[in-house]
Design a protein around this ligand. Structure first.
Ligand code: FMN
Length: 245
């Protein structure tokens, strides 16, 4: 082949490659929702997902966590990981003994508390409402599709922290479980237990360098509807959690 033809072919190849690369660079980025759909597993209602095993050690001492604990209401907008979700739910109500003893004490070991996770932005889990199943399972069961953070914030008197957090943990209680044994006094026991579990979440959040706050101001009936709580359950706390701003 004459030298001129060879040079011509090489120039043509270089030109075509350059045009192809330019066209690729000009293509618009994929919308964030599409990227998210590709990387986030779609979970059906009623389906369970296994949470990663929580960690039982950390470099943050209880004393450090106690001295740094503060209510944090402003978040960066970044997501939290499934490992962090697992750790926070375990801190609240994880089972830590073969007979069912948990991280938080419970009058008569009757465990009236239930936890719901309102997912807005968790790496690897799609938006929706999930119920925490403690124990060996350490599972989440999906109860509702969609991002419910804005509605939950409305139910909490438009408190921005609820909407801005990556997740909201909703604490409910079945009073009957405790009142069957302790009658009227059981009411105060249930409230004390919500406090124990919520403090565990606060301390765990410090240890994970996340921000949280307890929210007690909301319309009970609306919160119940949002998380699909059972007839007998009453909401007690919402804890938004997110990366600190
Ligand atoms: C029972 C209870 C209800 C609360 N409700 C809300 C609430 O609805 N919204 C909120 O932003 N903070 C709420 N807080 C958080 C307090 O405002 C906060 O603990 C207080 O300002 C002290 O700040 P610290 O937690 O940083 O020490 C509540 C705290 C408790 C104990």
């Amino acid at each position: 082949m004459p030298t001129k033809t060879i040079i011509g072919v090489i120039v043509a190849i270089v030109l075509v490659t350059a045009i192809a690369i330019s066209l690729l660079l000009l293509l618009p980025d994929k919308p964030a929702e599409l990227v998210e759909e590709e990387t986030t597993q779609k979970i059906e209602i009623g389906e369970k997902i296994k949470l990663p095993e929580p960690s039982y050690t950390s470099n943050v001492s209880v004393e450090e966590a106690l001295s740094k604990r503060r209510s944090i209401r402003a978040y960066s907008g970044d997501n939290v990981t499934i490992e962090e979700v697992s750790q926070l739910l375990w801190a609240a109500q994880g089972i830590t003994s073969p007979w069912g003893g948990r991280t938080a004490p419970s009058a008569g070991a009757l465990y009236p508390l239930e936890l719901y996770l309102v997912v807005g932005d968790v790496e690897g889990i799609d938006k929706g409402v999930y119920k925490y199943i403690p124990g060996e399972e350490h599972d989440l069961e999906k109860v509702k599709d969609g991002d419910m953070r804005a509605e939950l914030a409305e139910a909490a008197g438009k408190q921005e922290s609820v909407k801005d957090a990556a997740i909201d943990i909703v604490f409910t209680a079945v009073y009957e479980r405790t009142m069957r044994k302790y009658k009227e006094r059981g009411i105060r026991y249930v409230h004390m237990e919500a406090g124990h579990a919520a403090q565990n979440v606060y301390l765990q959040a410090v240890s994970l360098d996340l921000g949280t706050v307890v929210i007690g101001a909301f319309i009970d009936s609306e919160v119940k509807k949002i998380v699909n709580a059972g007839e007998q359950e009453e909401p007690l706390y919402i804890m938004p959690v997110g990366r600190k701003d």
